[in-house]
Each structure stands twice: as structure tokens, then as C-alpha cells.
Design a protein around this ligand. Structure first.
Ligand code: SF4
Ligand code: SF4
Ligand code: FES
Length: 234
């Protein structure tokens, strides 16, 4: 099989070619490890090796995937595999991208608990948890951000996973912030600029549907009677 790995940084990039055996059950991460055993200078990230930390996302044959979760056999085309860093983020080196967008946008979008603190434990019923439980599965891998077509038109669009995080706080009963103010901030950061291309849904390794989360936040914004997002929509 022919393997091409994009190397370099913003100043200079090139593809390095390897001819390697195709192994039926190998993941993209295992393949990178195998190459690096003799090459030793390819920069890529991994940590948990089990789809939990979100650090290993790369672009393989034009699709944003988690390297530790994706099998080579599912992605190979014409006996060729092309591995590149994720789109839309600054490349630090080779396959490693700069993750500072995550922290910066968390601050900008106030994606943390606000309002009165609970006294002692902050209790919640199983039904209250179910409202936003799926959205907490996000591992911040940036695959959806890399694929999002709204960013072609609006560079300030916050990105799918950021709106999923908004959803998580708006629908969490333990967050005592003003939910309408949260939605106003989401609007300032592009809530209505999603073009519903569904790419975020197609690539998310945790099967999160950010496009749906965005729709729910828009519905909440349009319904003036909303006092409590959680009880109104579920
Ligand atoms: S559906 Fe919206 S948020 Fe998701 S990738 Fe498309 S434009 Fe981006
Ligand atoms: S929503 Fe899915 S694709 Fe997007 S950052 Fe979170 S886990 Fe990754
Ligand atoms: S190494 Fe942690 S998600 Fe792949």
C-alpha cells in the first residue's frame, strides 16, 4: 500500500511517501506507530488510544477521523492512504494542530457554570441528566470543526462543538445562569449561520449531532415564552 503523510508546518509542507504492508485490522494510529518505529521523527498526537482523549484526530483520504478508532481498511482507496492534519487549524508540525482555539472559545462563549452555587451537592434527577447527557460525550477532537462548511462563509462562526457545549449548559438544570443571555451570546457567535450541511453529524466519532443542538438552541430563541429551556423542550 502507498502511504503519504503530510509533513512540515505553516512555512513549508511536503508529502513523504512510504510503501508499507496492508494489515487487515490495523488502526490509523497503529499504522503511524509502526512507521514511526523506524522513522522516529513524525509528529502526531495520541494518548488514550480508546476514543476518549480526542487528541489523535487527523484527516485521512479527505475525511476527519480519530486515528485510534478508524481502521485502515475502512479508509483506504486505490491501495493508497493520505494522512494530513485536520483542516481549519494552525499546524504546529506534521499532523499536530494547535488546540488553543478550544480554550479561547470556551472563554469567549462563557462555557462554564454560572450563577448561584448549589449548597452542598448539586442534585439532579435522571430525567434532568438525560436532557444533555449525550452532549457531554464531546471529546473536543475538532473533527466537526475541521469539516464545518459554515466556516467557509463566516470565519467567526464558533463551530459545531461549541454550540453543542452551549446546549449542554443551557439544558443543564445545575447551571443557574440566565439561559436567554446564553442564547444571545450564541447568536453573536453565529448561531444562525449554520447552513445545516450535516458534516458535523457525519464525522463525529461520538455520534453527537451538533446540527440538531443548533436547531434546538434556535427553537429556544424563537419561543418567547421560554423560562426554562429544559421543561419546555423535552
Ligand atoms: S450542520 Fe452547521 S454546524 Fe454542522 S457542519 Fe454543517 S454548517 Fe457546520
Ligand atoms: S462534537 Fe464530536 S466531532 Fe465535534 S469535537 Fe466533539 S466529539 Fe469531536
Ligand atoms: S488517542 Fe485518545 S482519542 Fe485517540
Amino acid at each position: 500500500m502507498r502511504l503519504l503523510i503530510k509533513r512540515g508546518n505553516l512555512d513549508k509542507t511536503y508529502f513523504e511517501e512510504f510503501l508499507v504492508d496492508f494489515k487487515e485490522d490495523e488502526t490509523v494510529l497503529e499504522l503511524l506507530d509502526r512507521i514511526n518505529r523506524f522513522k522516529r521523527d513524525i509528529a502526531y498526537r495520541s494518548f488514550c488510544r480508546s476514543s476518549i482523549c480526542g487528541t489523535c484526530a487527523v484527516k485521512v483520504n479527505d475525511r476527519s477521523v480519530l486515528a485510534c478508532k478508524s481502521k485502515v481498511r475502512e479508509l483506504i482507496q486505490n491501495n493508497e492512504l493520505i494522512i494530513e492534519p485536520l483542516d481549519r487549524s494552525k499546524v504546529v508540525r506534521d499532523l499536530v494542530i494547535d488546540h488553543s482555539y478550544i480554550e479561547d472559545s470556551y472563554k469567549k462563549n462563557k462555557l462554564y457554570f454560572e450563577g448561584e452555587e448549589c449548597e452542598g451537592e448539586c442534585l439532579q434527577t435522571p430525567d434532568e441528566l438525560r436532557k444533555y447527557d449525550k452532549q457531554t460525550d464531546c471529546i473536543l477532537c475538532m473533527a466537526c470543526y475541521a469539516e464545518c462548511e459554515a466556516l467557509d462563509y463566516d470565519k467567526n462562526f464558533a463551530g459545531p462543538f461549541i454550540f453543542t457545549k452551549y446546549f449542554r449548559f443551557v439544558f443543564d438544570s445545575r447551571d443557574k445562569s440566565n439561559k436567554q443571555q446564553r442564547v444571545e451570546l450564541a447568536k453573536q457567535n453565529g448561531l444562525y449561520n449554520c447552513i445545516n450541511c450535516q458534516k458535523c453529524v457525519m464525522v463525529c466519532p461520538k455520534t453527537i449531532a451538533s446540527a440538531f443542538d443548533i436547531k434546538m438552541l434556535q427553537n429556544g430563541d424563537k419561543n418567547p415564552s421560554i423560562q426554562d429551556f429544559g421543561s419546555t423542550f423535552f
